[in-house]
Write a protein that binds this ligand. Sequence first.
Ligand SMILES: NCc1[nH]cc(CCC(=O)O)c1CC(=O)O
Length: 314
Amino acid sequence: MTDALPTPASPLKIGTRGSPLALWQAHEVRRVLMAAWDLPEDAFETVIIKVTGDQIQDKALREIGGKGLFTREIEEALTDGGIDIAVHSMKDMPTLQPEGLVLDCYLPRADVRDAFVSRNHASIRDLPQGAKVGSSSLRRRAQLALVRPDLELVEFRGNVQTRMRKLDEGVADATFLAMAGLARLGMQDVARSAIEPEEMLPAVAQGAIGVERRETDARVAALLSRIHDRETGLRLAAERAFLLTLDGSCQTPIAGLALLEGDTLWLRGEILRSDGSEAIRDEIRGPLTEGAALGETLARRLLSRAPADFFTGK
Ligand SMILES: NCc1[nH]cc(CCC(=O)O)c1CC(=O)O
């Protein structure tokens, strides 16, 4: 393998979106690879790829629909050989892998929790009756409506700076962001509190960074094998199998989180009506290597408990 290590003359091309968060994540993968193989920074080249999801600012993403708004163009570049690896927020990854690509390398997972972000209020509980909360996430909107149906939800997109400005302008009194994203941008300070999974179960794969490669690229497979975090891989196997089983049947909000307890994998899952009028939750425990089966089983349990109109209503 070592004879095939990237060099400044023949660098490994890392494909990423151009947002500050995406660039941080690409550079983190570069940093970890440099340390694992004792490589110089210029043995890597960062290739920024524009994706559909970044070009849409005016409309709520879910109205546009379609999976992979943040990944399609990057995966095309990977397939075509324009890049050698692609770095992704696993939360944004569709569960179905394009032909010829594999995702089996994860960095150690960061904080999975959502952050409560507000200028004047410390927590969800603290929000006055009827306060405005900005979020365009189907899951966060439904979870919030479930516990606080009195609040007014407003659409909210853009990077952290944009969102903070909107809070200052009074567009909303509070918003949610992933703790992991804030920490990566050095902006944990804007989090007034971290929301525990018991209060708001995070999105599947929240806080996890994945590295995708071509299936046939043995050189890259060997390179990545040194940086893969097994525990994150086991947790995501369960969460993503859970999501995959639910995905086909709904555009409904979904949340899921797996944790390891010794040799046991503990997976919690939740589906909600989009208007927050109902949530169905369950959990499952089993051998940590059985994540995929546990995820599928948990998803089927939730589906079997959902009334017929659960996925069609709002
Ligand atoms: N949907 C966008 C997105 N994708 C990944 C993260 C944060 C980092 C992560 O969860 O790994 C975010 C921002 C957010 O939800 O606040």
